[in-house]
Design a binder for this molecule. Structure first.
Ligand code: DX5
Ligand code: ZN
Length: 217
């Protein structure tokens, strides 16, 4: 089974990102959380930082937009050369149009679902997306507890993906640790965002290996 581990730099040192990126050579992608203090009650950074991360990162960027008006802002993040750009379902007036634009620019298009956002309206739209991000915490902050109550959404997505014969990545984000990653993997996730459980340790490479093994156990 394919397992992707995407460390979230939300848990890294914000004034030392260049160095922090060198601590995760065995990661698959680097997860980059953009927050606007409107869609979520927290603020991180915007386009200039992502442009710069794209220039210095040897790993592809997995950009997670927690901002409003994705219709207006998401394409600019794809234009940085980011590998994937994920926006929240509620943040776009026309999610399919945004996804098509992202793909046109050359990024993978992702849609994110908050814990309270139902998955059913999006199952028929799966062909429009390259990845679906199922939030396993309320978006906005690192270090929160994993919500296993959202696992049925992953099961629905996996079934829909198989029925349609698609290759959509199913991603989880929030509270992913050695203890919880297996639960998400069993429910259908293949791509795992981990902030505190990677950057919060002294040895991120060991932490990534531990997560990878636990996902496959
Ligand atoms: C939260 C962010 C996450 C965050 C996860 O809104 O989207 O990517 O960094 O942090 P942990 O892994 O610490 O729960
Ligand atoms: Zn995230």
């Amino acid at each position: 089974m394919t397992v992707r581990i995407n460390p979230s730099i939300l848990a890294a040192d914000f004034v030392d990102f260049a160095n922090e990126l060198t601590r995760i050579p065995t990661a698959d992608l680097v997860h980059v959380d953009v927050m606007d203090n409107h869609f979520v009650p927290n603020l991180t950074f915007g386009l200039p930082m992502v442009e710069r991360l794209q220039q210095v990162s040897e790993l592809p960027l997995d950009v997670h937009l927690m901002l409003e008006d994705a219709d207006r802002w998401a394409p600019g993040y794809a234009e940085t050369g980011a590998y994937s750009v994920t926006f929240h379902a509620e943040a776009a007036a026309d999610p399919v149009a945004v996804a098509r634009r992202l793909r046109e620019i050359g990024a993978r298009a992702g849609i994110a679902l908050k814990p309270g956002t139902a998955v059913d309206p999006y199952l028929d739209l799966l062909p429009e997306f390259d990845q679906v991000l199922v939030m396993t915490v309320e978006p906005g902050f690192g270090g929160q507890s994993f919500m296993d109550s959202v696992m049925p959404k992953l099961e629905r997505l996996r079934a829909a993906r198989e029925a349609a014969g698609l290759d959509v990545w199913l991603q989880v984000d929030g509270g992913i640790s050695e203890k919880t990653i297996g639960i998400a993997a069993e429910a259908g996730a293949d791509t795992f965002v981990a902030g505190s459980s990677v950057f919060g340790t002294d040895d991120p490479v060991a932490a990534i290996a531990t997560l990878r093994a636990a996902a496959q156990a």
